[in-house]
Design a protein around this ligand. Sequence first.
Ligand SMILES: C[S@@+](CC[C@H](N)C(=O)[O-])C[C@H]1O[C@@H](n2cnc3c(N)ncnc32)[C@H](O)[C@@H]1O
Length: 261
Amino acid sequence: MDALEYERFADIYSIWTATAGSTHTNLPFYVQAYLAAEGSVVELGVGDGRIAVEAAVRGRHVVGVDLSPAMLALCQARAAEAGVANRLTLLQGDFRSFVLPEPAALIALPYHSIGHLTSLDAKRDALRHIHTQLRPGGRFIFDDFLMTPGRLDEMRRVQLRAEYDTPDGHHALLWVTSLIDAHAQTMRVVTWEDLLDDDGVMMRRRYRPLSLSWMSPAQAAALLADTGFKAEGCLGAFDGTPFLAATAEEQIWIARKDSAT
Ligand SMILES: C[S@@+](CC[C@H](N)C(=O)[O-])C[C@H]1O[C@@H](n2cnc3c(N)ncnc32)[C@H](O)[C@@H]1O
C-alpha cells in the first residue's frame, strides 16, 4: 500500500464503513473474539478503532497497530471520547515489522486489510512476522474478500456510495468504482467526493484511491501452512457459518501457532 493512501482516506473512513456491506457483521464477530481471548489482544490495521474501541468499552485491553498516523489519530480520539483511552495501546508500524510489548494470545487482521499488501510475497512476509509476535498456542484471525465473477462485476460498477453534509457545511456525494486486474488479483478502489454549492453545482471533486488485492481460499490456506500456522477453521460468514464455496460471502480464517514453537 502507498503509505499515503489512508492519510487521504481517513476523513471519509467513517462514512465508508457506515455504508459498507460487511462492517455491521464483522464488528460483533471480532469484538466477541477479542473478549474471548485468553491473554493479550492485538488488532493489525486498527484504523479508526471501529472494532478495538468497542472491545475496550466492554473491558478488553487492545494493542492497535497501524501504518497511518491519520488513522491512529482517529482511533485515539474515538477511544478518548468513549473514555477508554487507557485500554488502548497504539503503535505505528507495518504488518511486516511491528514489535509488540509482549507475545500476543490473539492477533486479528480484520476487514480485508491483508489485501493492502498487494503481492503474495508481501502477504507471506506479514504472516511470517505475525507468527513471531504470537505466543505459543496463540491465534491469528483474518478475513479476505471471497471474489467471484459476480462480485468483480459489482465492484467495477460506478456506485453512489453516500450523500452527506461535510463538517464545513457543504453537501457532498461520495462515489466509488474499482479498476480490477483479475489476473494479478489486484484492484484500485477509486472513490471521488463531489462537493456541491447551494444550487447543486459541483465546486470541487476529490479522489482518494486505495490499492487492494485478494487471495483465493486455496492461496490463503497454502500461505498459512507455508508460514507455520495450523488452520483451525474457515468460516464463510461472520455469523459463524462454516465455509462452503457455493454459499460463502467471505473467507474468515482462524489459525493457530503451535504450542511447542
Ligand atoms: C480497511 S482499514 C481497517 C480498519 C479497521 N480494522 C476496521 O475494521 O475498520 C485498513 C487499515 O489498515 C492500515 N494498513 C494498511 N496497510 C498497512 C500495513 N502494511 N501495515 C499497517 N497498517 C496498514 C490502514 O492504514 C487502515 O487503517
